[in-house]
Structures are given as C-alpha cells and as structure tokens.
Write a protein that binds this ligand. Structure first.
Ligand code: SAM
Length: 239
C-alpha cells in the first residue's frame, strides 16, 4: 500500500514508518510512504503557504495553490489512481471498519492541514473524503495522518505475525478485546486467572469471549447495539 502525505512537516510524518510495525511493513515492501511539502511549490522568498482569512478573524488559512500542486505531484508519482483524504475534525470519525476498508486500497494521498484550516476551494477541487480521528481539535493534520498510516499498515497481509494478529484486537469482531496476562503467575499479590493456566483451550476461548463481551457491555455498550449476538454469546453475557 502506498501513502503520499502532503504536509509542511514532511520529516515528522515520514517518521511514522521508521519504527515498530509500520517500520517493518516498509522494510518488507508492503508499505511505502512519500511526503510532499507544499512549501516546495511556492514561488516567494519565504515559501509562504498561508495567508489571512477573507472576512477577517483570527489565524491564518492554508493557500490553495501550493497544496494543489503538491497533491498533483503526488498523484503523478505513481500511475495507480489515488483518493485524496483530508484529515479534518469535520470529517467522518475513523473507526476500525473504515480502516479495514481503507487498508484494501492500493494508494491514498493524505492531506494534513495547519492553522485555521485549508482554503475551501482546494477541498472542493481535490479532496475525495474527509476523515477525523476524533471529536477534538489538533493543531495540525500530521498526527491524524500518522494514525491513519499506522492503523492501515497493521492490517496489510503479512505485516503482523501470528503473535500480534489483528483478528482478536478490539473492534475487529465488533467487541473490545479480552484482558491479557503474561509471566509471572503472581504479581503484586494478583494472580493470573486460573482458567488461563488450565491448558483447556475450549474453556480458555469461552472465558476470553465472555470477558470481551462483558467488557464491551460495561465500557462500550453502544458497540453491542447493532450486533446480532448468538445464543451462546447471550448465555455468556448473562452468566
Ligand atoms: N478550524 C478548524 C476547525 O475547527 O474545523 C480546525 C483547524 S486545526 C487547528 C488544523 C488542522 O488540524 C486541520 O486542518 C486538520 O488537518 C487537522 N486536524 C485537527 N483536528 C483533527 C482531527 N480531529 N482529525 C483529523 N485532523 C484534524
């Protein structure tokens, strides 16, 4: 999967693919990341990418033209078509199902805004979708773009080993994940639940499912709203 990120902080956003799972995905050739700095498409001495808002008011607005040229350069760098996603608090809030669908795309161009945002005409002309990473406001779209890259990269085939499989992660089956334990068996007076030491894989699977259901019911009951629970799940939840 190829990501092109348009940002005034290209080195920062590129660092998302330097370490950990995303770094490994890049080394394996499953993920590639290319950054485009709109300042490289300015023609004044100060490499200006922002200007005062029409109508007055606080802050600055990102100018359309340098962003447009950066996006077009990114588009032209690979023959495969690319959707342009503007990372924006006004976009649809990202969730695991959306990430799963986006991770099936061959190419995405992510646009990171700054200041008060981007000239609306650039959004109308170049942006296909707007995505938010939550109902709060960041000072720039870089972290949001990095979140998008990380969340997609770990779903790419072959990126996670069995031990880190995404299949049991929270949201992958609509539920929160169950609790996890590792050595030692007793820590600060707290024991690992006996069932996990039993070696009985059926019981362990049922316990994990029950924990996942219980946690979801306690912490995020909204996730259960649209779910069709099986009879077995219903019994586990009632126990
Ligand atoms: N004035 C804008 C508004 O209220 O909608 C906020 C601008 S914000 C300070 C600057 C940039 O940060 C935005 O253009 C966007 O790219 C990014 N950003 C801020 N919050 C975000 C969020 N929750 N999700 C994704 N991007 C966000």
């Amino acid at each position: 999967m190829r990501f092109d990120i348009v940002s005034v902080f290209p080195r920062w956003v590129a660092s998302v693919a330097e370490w950990g799972v995303t770094g490994r995905a890049r080394e394996q050739g499953r993920l590639s990341l290319h950054c485009w700095d709109p300042r490289d498409y300015t023609h004044d001495r100060h490499r200006t990418v922002d200007d005062r808002p029409y109508g007055g008011g606080p802050g600055m607005v990102m100018k359309a033209e340098p962003l447009r040229q950066a996006i077009q350069a990114a588009r032209g760098a690979d023959p495969r078509p690319a959707r342009v996603l503007y990372m924006s608090p006004q976009g649809r809030v990202l969730d695991q199902e959306a990430v799963r669908r986006l991770a099936q795309t061959e190419r995405l161009i992510l646009l990171a805004g700054r200041y008060e945002g981007i000239d609306e005409r650039l959004i109308q002309l170049e942006v296909d979708e707007e995505w938010s990473i939550g109902d709060y406001v960041l000072s720039g779209g870089e972290l949001a773009a990095m979140v998008m890259v990380d969340a997609c990269a770990r779903l790419l085939p072959g990126v996670l080993g069995d031990a880190e499989s995404a299949a049991q992660d929270s949201f992958s089956e609509g539920l929160l994940d169950c609790p996890h334990y590792t050595r030692p068996e007793m820590y600060a007076g707290r024991a690992v639940p006996q069932v996990l030491l039993s070696g009985d894989h059926g019981r362990i699977a049922r316990w994990r499912r029950q924990q996942a259901l219980g946690r979801t019911w306690e912490r995020r009951p909204d996730l259960l709203d649209g779910m069709q629970l099986s009879e077995a799940d219903r019994r586990l939840l009632e126990d």
